[in-house]
Design a protein around this ligand. Sequence first.
Ligand SMILES: N[C@@H](CCC(=O)N[C@@H](CS)C(=O)NCC(=O)O)C(=O)O
Length: 120
Amino acid sequence: MSDAQTQIDETVKAHDVVLFMKGTKSMPQCGFSSRVAGVLNYMGVEYTDVNVLADEAIRSGIKEYSDWPTIPQLYVKGEFIGGCDIVTEMTLSGELDALFEKNGVAYSKEAADKIREANA
Ligand SMILES: N[C@@H](CCC(=O)N[C@@H](CS)C(=O)NCC(=O)O)C(=O)O
């Protein structure tokens, strides 16, 4: 594995929830990243953010790692979950709640319900 692949692999295995994004969770620099970070922030999920704009090798490396062409990318327990569209759909369908519950990731169900109510 290249250095970037090793670094990515170690990061997603060391933290329960990791979001590769443009910018940071407190200052996203792209609407798609902002949306996923916003959902996780609102749901009170503890997660590690990796700013791909800070490292070109990670920006290209994460696409190779997941075989997914875009950023953001959400990982739970080392597994690639999806980007903005998938995470949005999973939030609205309740699949994200189920995924967090299955993996013992703490989140606010009340906040998730509020997102669903607002988008009903
Ligand atoms: N439909 C995508 C939207 C994300 C997207 O299109 N990201 C683009 C623009 S931020 C991207 O990562 N392009 C490759 C790059 O900038 O390296 C999703 O669901 O996440």
